[in-house]
Design a protein around this ligand. Structure first.
Ligand SMILES: Nc1ncnc2c1ncn2[C@@H]1O[C@H](COP(=O)(O)OP(=O)(O)OP(=O)(O)O)[C@@H](O)[C@H]1O
Ligand SMILES: CC(=O)N[C@H]1[C@@H]2OC[C@@H](O2)[C@@H](O)[C@@H]1O[C@H](C)C(=O)O
Length: 414
């Protein structure tokens, strides 16, 4: 029995998720008990700063250092807060705050999750203006270019402030081994959520969506696990709500607003042409692709349809749902028997309903229904990844990240 704290702020930048868990076992005997879970919202000013940097705003090294300090101290304070009323933890796994993610591949990983091919260049190429040996992915990755992923909130500060050994910088070793550095959660999902007879998809819907496909637990099931980022989760939807309410609201609570509208299907078809949805896994993405510039292009595309605000939100929500199902149908060896949602998007009842309709007879549930908190699963996963790192157990799944081998994830700060 080991008390471990998991900390993460994801691509929604809504706040720091902290989970205090009691962990035992290591793989199929792995067990976790969630003792406390809490989301600590960022101060508004810090959130805005992070979002601006994520949107590509240039900052100086001095400003970067200040931002890292502020995030590290916020994470450290919350690590202390989550222990209130509990036995102290002996280990912290802190993911930190992603501010930049470049998947591996040529030309800055544009083919996978960087800036992406613009519609203008695609049109020019279609008209013969750009020559390419690969018609769909002109920026096909070169085997030598590594990814890059930057998470702020350095572990050394968290370890010093809390006096607790802290594992941080989880993505670097997988990337050094040629991997995407994401998603890292599938190995944890495999041990906590696999089933002897059922093939399952665990679908996180955060800012970005990501799936772990876990085949039934027989034969060499571990080697058949897949995982990748499916595309937008709530990122575009949150940005659209912010835009439509002039910042008064940051998300569509329960999906109520979108539910009062109707999706515009021609737009969905057009948006599904985005290269990322057709790129085979392993693949990962972030706000660099599905961020502010992307939303503005969506708003521009929507102009000719003169959609109401509700119709626009319904259409953006539909893009998330349709792209998830498109990813399954295109890249899974077979459809799962059940889908389990987690992340904030699992609370969007309209999105959940749309997924259920698109997936027809495949039940769409949440991980809460199999005993794993849908809200804190990512924070729990980083507690488990830290626990594995401390025991010398690799955390990545090369079938999910594309790394050349299993590696120990994270740096140890004592
Ligand atoms: N009650 C709710 N109704 C609708 N949407 C919700 C609700 N609660 C949360 N969300 C959505 O979930 C988002 C936060 O999800 P979550 O915390 O899982 O994302 P994240 O961890 O930051 O992202 P990622 O998993 O990509 O790193 C919010 O920005 C919002 O869009
Ligand atoms: C670079 C980065 O922070 N990626 C996140 C993001 O949020 C969801 C999706 O994109 C996912 O692949 C990843 O996080 C989860 C925790 C993971 O690594 O499994």
């Amino acid at each position: 029995m080991t008390y471990v704290i998991g900390l993460i702020s994801g691509t929604s930048v809504d706040g720091i998720d902290a989970a205090l868990v009691d962990i035992s076992g290591t793989d199929l005997d792995l067990k976790i008990e969630l003792l406390a879970g809490k989301t600590y919202p960022y101060p508004a000013e810090l959130r805005e700063r992070i979002l601006a940097v994520c949107a590509g705003e240039s900052i100086s090294m001095a400003e970067l250092a200040e931002l890292d300090d502020a995030i590290a101290l916020a994470f450290a304070n919350n690590a202390q807060n989550i222990q209130n009323g509990h036995k102290p933890a002996s280990l912290i796994g802190s993911h930190g705050q992603t501010v930049y993610h470049r998947p591996p591949g040529g030309e800055g990983g544009r083919g996978r999750g960087g800036e992406g091919e613009t519609r203008e260049t695609r049109e020019t190429r279609k008209q013969g203006g750009i020559s390419s040996s690969s018609p769909r992915f002109p920026h096909s990755p070169t085997p030598h270019s590594l990814g890059y992923s930057l998470q702020l909130g350095r572990g050394a500060v968290i370890a010093h402030v809390t006096g607790i050994t802290t594992i941080s910088n989880f993505r670097a070793a997988d990337i050094a081994a040629g991997g995407q550095g994401a998603p890292l959660v599938p190995r944890v999902d495999a041990y906590l959520l696999s089933h002897p007879q059922e093939g399952r998809c665990i679908q996180n819907i955060g800012g970005i969506g990501n799936v772990a496909y876990i085949p039934p637990r027989r034969d060499n099931w571990l080697e058949k696990i897949l995982g990748w980022d499916t595309g937008p989760g709530n990122s575009l939807l949150d940005l659209a709500v912010h835009h439509l309410t002039a910042g008064a609201k940051t998300y569509d609570e329960n999906g109520d607003w979108a539910a009062s509208g109707t999706p515009c299907h021609p737009l969905i078809e057009q948006w599904l042409n985005q290269d990322y949805f057709h790129l085979p896994p392993p693949k990962s993405t972030g706000r660099e692709l599905f961020g502010v510039a992307y939303l503005h292009q969506c708003l521009k595309d929507a102009e000719i349809y003169q959609l109401s605000s509700a119709d626009l939100l319904a259409t953006i929500t539909e893009l998330t749902a349709v792209s998830i199902v498109h990813n399954y149908r295109t890249f899974l060896p077979q459809m799962p028997q059940k889908v389990f949602l987690c992340g904030g998007g699992s609370r969007n009842l309209y999105l959940k309903r749309r997924l259920q309709i698109l997936l027809q007879s495949i039940p769409v549930l949440t991980t809460d229904e199999v005993g794993l908190s849908a809200d804190f699963k990512e924070a729990i996963a980083f507690a488990v990844l830290a626990y594995w790192r401390n025991l010398g157990i690799p955390g990545n799944l090369p079938t999910a990240t594309g790394a050349s081998q299993e590696v120990l994830l994270g740096e140890i700060n004592r």
